[in-house]
Design a protein around this ligand. Sequence first.
Ligand SMILES: Cc1ncc(COP(=O)(O)O)c(C=O)c1O
Length: 434
Amino acid sequence: MSVDFREDGAAALEWAARYLERLPELPVLAQVKPGDLSAQLPAAAPEQPESFGDVLRDMDELLLPAFTNWQSPRFFSYFAVTSSEPAILAEMLAAALNQVAIVWRASPASTELELRVADWVRQLLGLPDGWHGHIEDTASTSTLAALIAARHVTGRNAVVCSEHAHSSVEKNARMLGMELRKAPVDEELRMRVDGHDLSDAACVVATVGTTSFASVDPVRELAERAHAAGAWLHVDAAYAGSSWICEEERWSADGVELADSLVVNPHKWLLVPTDCSLIWTARPDEWREAFSLVPEYLRTPDDAYALSEYGPALGRRFRSLKLWAVLRCYGAEGLRAIVREHIRLAGHFADWVGETPGWELVAPQRFSLVVFRREGSDGENEQLLERVNASGEIFINHTKLDGRYVLRLAVGNARTTEDDVRRAWDVLNREATR
Ligand SMILES: Cc1ncc(COP(=O)(O)O)c(C=O)c1O
């Protein structure tokens, strides 16, 4: 092995620091074609050790052009995210420690810190006392776990969600062999409460902040109907749930206190890099029953708490460390300020769209997402999207509303300033009138 840990470590940190500084100059969307990178990568691993300097050199020369720069302040696609400095450092330490928290004694620190930070965030978001929270890799896995728990508790096999629910609900139902029923939405793209039979539903999934439009399902009514029918209510607030750290955004948490489970992704809007998904349940004992399977070789005399009894994975990495670092180094006030700023910036963009002829807001601005389109055909909007993304100056994406092609701009990177949002608007106007 050819690494000088201190010297190469310093070089890697320097690489990361320089990368973060250079972000404003780098194209946001990778400007390469499929296969460009593969053509340059050796077909087989080296027989002889190479230096870490070689690795860093190839990061610059080979990989850098093929990065879509999620850390760019002008990344406005999907849900824009941030990997903040405290979290980056904590990830390095987590890798150094390599805690694998299969049972309590395998990592008391990872087990207990995870429970504590999940509880810190629970309090910060204004969620009920007594909920049990832990960390899964992604919201997809968190929702998978919720469906498993719901099926275990109810003995039923149907899942009901909105037609705008995230695709992970459908994928999870398919993987579990559960029947999925998609409910229609009202004019504000909220799941309709009436008109679906819940008598055989294991789980109703309500979404706060849908992926396409950030619409908010009527959680209270859905929870009441689900519970009256004996079903589990899971809330997917993977993106928007982080906004509840600000009191003024808690309108969208109405009824969430009635949920049986809730997922919020700190890796979306709480400055933590992928992967980090918080899943809470109001029914921890039944939840645990659904997952607990302790083989002989994992039994311990202390019989202490094991997070692996709360989800699909046995080996669990030390994800709480980066969340802990972020919560401590920003403080709740620091995080609130960033979430508020993103919502304010999205508000500016929505205003510009709304007041400029030739542009149309296609859904109300919710949280930090604006959904809009340029007048003209779907094809013209699609070409516009391709042109703005090809410019490398910004990266946005699209979705469809009632079959119409529409554009999405999501603010969510901690480095994004008003100038960046203004630049996005300028690029869109420039390309639209070209
Ligand atoms: C509402 C919602 N739920 C779930 C997910 C899936 O998240 P993950 O990538 O953590 O599985 C997303 C991703 O954007 C989302 O927007």
